[in-house]
Design a protein around this ligand. Structure first.
Ligand SMILES: Cc1cc2nc3c(=O)[nH]c(=O)nc-3n(C[C@H](O)[C@H](O)[C@H](O)COP(=O)(O)OP(=O)(O)OC[C@H]3O[C@@H](n4cnc5c(N)ncnc54)[C@H](O)[C@@H]3O)c2cc1C
Ligand SMILES: [Fe+2]
Ligand SMILES: [Fe+2]
Length: 311
């Protein structure tokens, strides 16, 4: 039993948890990422106030955490509509990932419990898939489709996430084996090269099998995942509920603002006309009512960007 649970191991959470623990409360600090975790930040420890708080709560920042240069003599503030404002103030420059980790390490010893989410098998599969996703914008596609798959799974308790999630992460890894200049002839509204389209499926099956076998994934599940990947674009009908969710998640990213921006440009179709066309395929493409609703919502967001009309 804990008196306090603090969510988030950034500087804010670390200080809050430390204060609670110091005040005698049984405190648990939860961080959802594996530590040390990356964080978008310029890494400047700004102003004497930030330096003072860090010094007071955690001690002197170790040299090995500081970047090169370790100390800036000031910085320039740029605010739209005003003149740039120089600020002269000695500013340590730190690697943010290491700074936050150091702060957490300083407070967890003896004070409080820290729990980070264990790396799930899906994280491991994703990491293994990543080197194959840096083509055809599949890094963006798969990250959005993975999110849709998770959302769809919440509506279908009878579907198996251990099939659906690996299948959506791995379904397009085979594109890595197709030269980029050949890819555009093999997908999208003007695709004619069915042979190349098929190659990305068969190559995908081989790569996915290697990854899943290496991770010692359940062989029965591997079989179903590979059956879904094999034919995920060329086979119109779904083999199972799991396959329906994978097919829906695969398509759904296209309706998002990011999907619309990427696809209309590479297919050479004006953005407004492309959005209009997408609005006409929702019922044909998607299996589940939840996916259809998500497609309409995503497309409405894409429309707001340009004021285009779906109908
Ligand atoms: C581009 C950019 C540049 C910046 N540059 C600077 C700079 O140079 N100097 C500066 O001082 N500030 C800078 N900042 C601001 C600074 O990053 C923030 O003010 C600071 O990170 C806020 O700290 P925090 O602890 O509130 O949040 P965070 O540091 O964002 O920490 C939140 C933590 O909560 C975790 N989390 C989220 N949800 C959950 C959950 N449900 N369960 C468990 N854990 C969860 C996250 O993984 C994360 O680790 C910058 C910000 C940006 C975006
Ligand atoms: Fe595909
Ligand atoms: Fe896909």
């Amino acid at each position: 039993m804990y008196d306090v649970i603090v969510a988030g191991g950034g500087p804010g959470g670390s200080v809050a948890a430390k204060k609670c623990a110091q005040g005698g409360l049984r405190t648990l600090l939860l961080e959802r990422k594996k530590l040390p975790r990356d964080k978008v930040c310029s890494g400047m420890v700004m102003g004497p106030w930030a330096n003072d708080i860090i010094q007071q709560e955690f001690g002197t920042i170790p040299q090995k955490i500081l970047a090169d240069p370790a100390l800036l003599s000031g910085h320039m503030m740029h605010v739209p509509g005003t003149q740039p404002q120089p600020i002269f103030c000695k500013t340590p420059l730190a690697w943010r990932k290491d700074l936050d980790f150091w702060m957490i390490q300083r407070i967890t010893g003896g004070y409080l419990n820290l729990k980070t989410q264990p790396d799930s098998v899906y994280d491991q599969i994703y990491r293994e898939a990543e080197p194959y996703l840096d083509t055809r914008r599949n890094d963006v596609h798969v990250s959005l489709s993975y999110d849709f798959a998770r959302r769809l799974l919440a509506f279908y308790p009878k579907a198996d996430e251990a099939i659906v999630l690996p299948a959506i992460v791995l379904h397009d890894v085979g594109w890595k084996m197709v030269p980029e200049e050949k890819q555009l002839g093999a997908f999208g509204p003007k695709a004619k090269d069915k042979q190349t389209q098929r190659i990305h499926e068969t190559q995908g099956v081989k790569i996915a099998q290697n990854i899943l076998t290496r991770l010692e994934y359940d062989p029965e599940k591997i079989f179903e995942i590979l059956s879904i990947i094999d034919g995920h674009d060329t086979r119109q009908e779904a083999l199972s509920l799991n396959d329906q969710l994978v097919k829906d998640a695969d398509k759904l990213w296209r309706f998002t603002p990011a999907g619309v921006d990427i696809d209309h440009a590479r297919f050479g179709i004006p953005r407004d006309s492309y959005i209009q066309w997408l609005g006409t395929v929702i019922d044909d493409w998607l299996f589940t009512p939840e996916a259809k609703e998500m497609a309409h919502t995503a497309l409405a967001e894409a429309k707001i960007d340009t004021g285009a009309n779906e109908n």
